[in-house]
Design a protein around this ligand. Structure first.
Ligand code: H91
Length: 683
């Protein structure tokens, strides 16, 4: 007899509910108001991404999150990131999502400069498959770009960020009015503020995306919004010489200024360029249709919950996006990857964790460090280390305590995202920087463009200059600008922690200072002013004490509190006589696609070179060890970009590398800025 359990469900506070079913680890990224953390679903042992949002911070963007959650509940496709669970309290929203260890397609493209036509085709077929499905379900995505495509463990793409998607009531044929998405990918009709058809605008964005894959840069680009809009409305771009005639033709068809001349995604599925080497149209139907019930997963859950298969099926069929949905979908994901359909927990554990009869609620502390402290701590280390293995941007030697500790210390700042209109303004840096980036870019591409111009230009372009632009509204500067620029202080990586003491100016200026020591040994000139003492963290993050930022860090610190304490314990155990493991030098990492090789062998010199160019690029930074956290600000005191540069040592070849990670801001502006920093640092 099925047990009616839905009435018994209570609504524990969000974070508590989260910690009952998930182990929560490091922040792995951020998107707008959200922070994304790595997690593990305890019953299945599967890794997940946890998108964490504070309702207060969301403000007017709360509807956008609701739109995203609704869309993701209605979409189930092999190339769309799966939503497993939503935990909502009065203050927070947690979205439990499919974990994609390969990170953003954007980083993959820029690491490779551009992709070959063959590799582009593999990815583009997957993008088309996802988009044909999205459109078939009546949705338009409206924010297609390589930052919104993630690479999973099998090197397959997963579409994310449905916050701007639309599902017109009368179907996709109905016109939309809201101008949204990233300007560089926006269709001409959209930026002109005209009514437009969502699916047609998506096809334009797919054309821009295809160009970015094949070329490694954007077809329409400019630091000045007005110029950028003019380029888009003209629809005129240069075809670089490496593009095949087939690619030129397809790009041209997708980036037609007249939306009615663009092919629909359904037509593109069997386009000659798309089926080349495959000889078959793209398969776009869902391999995991909504509502399908897998008997093996039901059996495993029924046994675990001591229920009948019928009542378990009924429970799963409610699709409440609670722990039941998450357990079912994660079991299914295990099955699809050929893993055993097994729940790790004690019998009845999924149910028990949520039962009001369960007694005392588990806390984060309980979860990690109660019964068998060390075992659980080591499990945490193991996951961190798994994560580190997975991620292209972090690869440290397994189980190195200091590396794990260092990873745990990284806290990504939560900042308000740019609204679509504000996003455009991110593209308008202060004049000095605009000049630097534009000049640099121009020089770099001048040759390519010369050749491209000689090449056949895209046909069907419109010469008419359309002057109606949806311009950003005038912005009022904040009344009190508390982002006074602070003088950046260049330091050497801290060596004092190893001794458990903070160096005094006198001590630090001595031979312990690695840069001075090395400079003395190698007679290398130290071209920067070196601070006589070397505390752990420097510069703006210290200077910001009164600005509210440090409060955020303190709060974030509490989230990690118990785990960090546990890690400290392990580290203490593994490192006799030391409270924390010292970091004698930069991390040793594998060559990854987000690491730039320098050809140099002295990490301190590379670090100094980077630090010395940051001020002239108007980049504010804080340095800790060999990691430099960078930020740029607009004239209104808003952070436009946040990223990390980390000097590290590579195994093969044995040179110094610079790992880069974007945390916030326009991806292409970031790319140009980092290129600029690294080339100006002569590394
Ligand atoms: N960009 C538009 O940084 C800037 C690894 C990583 C691994 C993920 C799975 C899901 C999501 C992100 C992941 C992720 C946003 C995800 C899914 C949805 C969504 C958001 C995130 C970033 C945010 C962090 C992302 C990459 C894209 C990493 N991320 N590291 N698995 O709305 Cl539906 Cl915000």
């Amino acid at each position: 007899m099925p047990v009616e359990r839905t009435e018994k469900r209570t609504e524990p506070r969000g974070a508590e509910e989260l910690h009952k079913c998930y182990q929560v680890y490091d922040t792995i990224g951020s998107g707008g108001f959200a922070k994304v953390k790595l997690g593990r679903h305890i019953p299945t042992g599967e890794k997940v991404a946890i998108k964490i949002m504070n309702k207060k911070d969301l403000g007017d963007d709360l509807p956008r999150v609701k739109v995203e959650m609704e869309a993701m509940k209605n979409l189930s496709h092999q190339h769309i990131c799966r939503l497993y669970q939503v935990i909502e309290s009065s203050t927070q929203i947690f979205m439990i999502l499919e974990y994609c260890p390969g990170g953003e397609l954007f980083d993959y493209i820029i690491a490779k400069d551009r992709l070959s036509e063959e590799e582009t085709r593999v990815f583009f077929r997957q993008i088309m498959s996802a988009m044909a499905y999205v459109h078939s379900q009546g949705y338009a995505h409206r924010d297609l770009k390589p930052e919104n495509l993630l690479i999973d463990g099998d090197h397959n793409l997963k579409l994310i960020d449905f916050g701007l998607c639309a599902k017109p009531k009368g179907g996709l044929g109905y016109e939309l009015m809201t101008c949204c998405g990233s300007p560089a990918y926006a269709a001409p009709e959209l930026i002109q503020g005209k009514a437009y058809i969502g699916s047609e605008a998506d096809v334009w964005s797919m054309g821009v995306l295809l160009f970015a894959l094949l070329c490694g840069y954007l077809p329409f680009d400019d630091d000045n919004c007005v110029v950028l809009y003019r380029k888009i409305t003209r629809g005129k771009y240069d075809n670089p010489p490496w593009l095949s005639p087939g690619s030129i033709l397809l790009l041209n068809q997708m980036m037609q200024v007249d939306p009615k001349l663009r092919p629909a995604v359904q037509q593109l599925l069997e386009h000659p360029w798309v089926i080349q080497d495959y000889n078959s149209p793209v398969e776009w139907h869902s391999r995991q249709p909504l509502g399908h019930i897998d008997e093996d997963c039901i059996t495993e859950m029924a046994v675990n919950m001591k229920r009948s298969r019928e009542s378990t099926t009924a429970l799963v069929n409610e699709w409440r996006y609670d722990h039941v949905t998450a357990t079912y979908l994660l079991l299914l994901s295990k099955k699809q990857r050929g893993k055993p359909v097994r729940l790790h927990t004690e019998p009845n554990a999924i149910d028990a964790a949520f039962s009001p009869l369960h007694g005392r609620m588990q806390t984060t502390e309980d979860l990690h460090f109660t019964a068998d402290d060390d075992a659980v701590i080591l499990d945490s280390l193991d996951l961190c280390s798994d994560y580190i293995d997975d991620c292209p941007w972090v690869s440290v030697e397994r189980h190195t305590p200091q590396a794990v500790h260092q990873k745990m210390e990284r806290i990504t700042d939560d900042k308000r995202p740019a609204t679509p209109l504000e996003k455009r303004c991110v593209r308008s840096p202060p004049p000095e920087r605009a000049q630097v980036t534009a000049r640099h870019r121009q020089e770099r591409r001048h040759k390519e463009r010369q050749t491209a111009r000689d090449n056949k230009e895209n046909v069907g372009q419109q010469e008419k200059d359309v002057e109606i632009f949806a311009l950003p509204p005038p912005r009022t500067p904040p009344s009190s600008k508390n982002n006074t620029r602070h003088k950046n202080v260049l330091t050497t990586p801290n060596q004092n922690v190893a001794n458990g003491t903070r160096g005094t100016p006198k001590e630090g200026s001595g031979a312990k200072d690695p840069i001075k020591r090395r400079a003395a040994e190698t007679k290398e000139p130290t071209n920067i002013e070196i601070l006589a003492f070397s505390p752990e963290r420097r510069s703006r993050s210290l200077d910001m004490a009164g600005s509210g930022d440090s409060g955020k860090k303190r709060r974030a610190g509490r989230v990690f509190g118990s785990l960090e304490r546990g890690l400290d314990k392990v580290i203490t155990m593994l490192t006799p006589g030391k409270r924390r493991a010292p970091r004698d030098g930069p991390r040793k990492i594998k060559t990854q696609y987000n690491v730039t090789l320098t050809g140099q062998t002295n990490p301190d010199q590379v670090l100094n070179q980077i630090l010395s160019v940051l001020p002239e690029k108007n980049v504010e930074f804080s340095q800790k060890g060999y990691t430099v956290k960078c930020k740029t600000w607009d004239d209104f005191g808003k952070v436009t970009m946040a990223f990390e540069l980390e000097v590290c040592l590579l195994h093969r070849p044995e040179v110094v590398g610079v790992r880069r990670q974007r945390l916030k801001g326009d991806a292409w502006v970031y790319k140009h800025l980092v290129e600029d920093i690294l080339s100006s640092s002569s590394i």
